[in-house]
Design a binder for this molecule. Structure first.
Ligand code: SAM
Length: 228
């Protein structure tokens, strides 16, 4: 199925595509990865979309796995509202909507899998990242998997300047004007960490070592499995 053209995209999603290399296929890739996981492969699996924002992962999950029992969670009423409007009536009604952080979500029936796309990057590494990851692990069944995608801290001292120039060039070629206000959630107050710190945090939270499944410049994606 063809994707939406630019005029159909919410301004957040258009900006995300202009800013983040590979964003247009991130939701599709994330859902496909989770759908191939042992627990979420089962028909009717419960899946948590953490920080669902304007709903990119929800649209894709409905397309690939209409049988999944989805919980769409975000602390922002505005984002949840955008996501609700984006989904068709039937899809909207079949999703469990939750205005909350993951950390504040009450523990219920465990989830078979979870998606977290561009959420951890906004939390400071002062215990907040660990609390978020621990809450995700707690919500998953043992063996449940998490697809985690975020901006990471660069670890390439030699080529860093060239990569930064390339990223700017990518944005300009996509038509992004500097300091577009709607890009704020994607550009301001971000707290990227390096791979070794991520490994320490996910292990402490109750996951095994992360397997990298995506990288475009400093945006990286990992598949994580909750330890038993
Ligand atoms: C940059 S947006 C990403 C939205 C969507 N996943 C996407 O890729 O387009 C990050 C979202 O995470 C939400 N968020 C921030 N902290 C959160 C937390 N602790 N738990 C769940 N969601 C959170 C924000 O409200 C925001 O909607």
């Amino acid at each position: 199925m063809a994707g939406p053209d630019d005029t159909q995209l919410h301004s957040y999603d258009l900006l995300a595509r202009q800013l983040i290399p590979g964003y247009a296929s991130l939701a599709r890739l994330s859902v496909a990865l989770l759908a191939a996981s042992p627990l979420a492969a089962a028909s009717g699996a419960r899946v948590l979309v953490a920080g669902c924002g304007t709903g990119a992962e929800l649209v894709e999950a409905r397309r690939q796995r209409p049988d999944w029992k989805l919980t769409a969670l975000d602390p922002s009423a505005e984002m949840l509202n955008e996501a609700r409007q984006r989904l068709g009536t039937d899809d909207r009604e079949s999703i469990h909507w939750q205005q909350s952080t993951v950390e504040a979500l009450a523990k219920g029936e465990p989830f078979a899998g979870a998606l977290s796309v561009l959420v951890l990057q906004s939390l400071p590494d002062d215990g907040s990242k660990l609390a978020y990851l621990t809450a995700l692990a707690t919500q998953l069944a043992p063996g449940g998997q998490l697809v985690l995608i975020d901006l990471m801290r660069a670890q390439r001292p030699v080529l860093q300047t060239q990569v930064e120039q390339a990223w700017l060039g990518f944005q300009q070629a996509g038509g992004l004007t500097p300091q577009a206000p709607a890009a704020a959630p994607l550009t301001e107050a971000l707290h990227p960490i390096g791979l070794s710190r991520l490994m320490a945090l996910v292990n402490a939270a109750g996951f095994g070592d992360p397997a990298r499944i995506f990288q475009a410049l400093d945006y990286e994606g990992f598949l994580l499995q909750r330890s038993n």
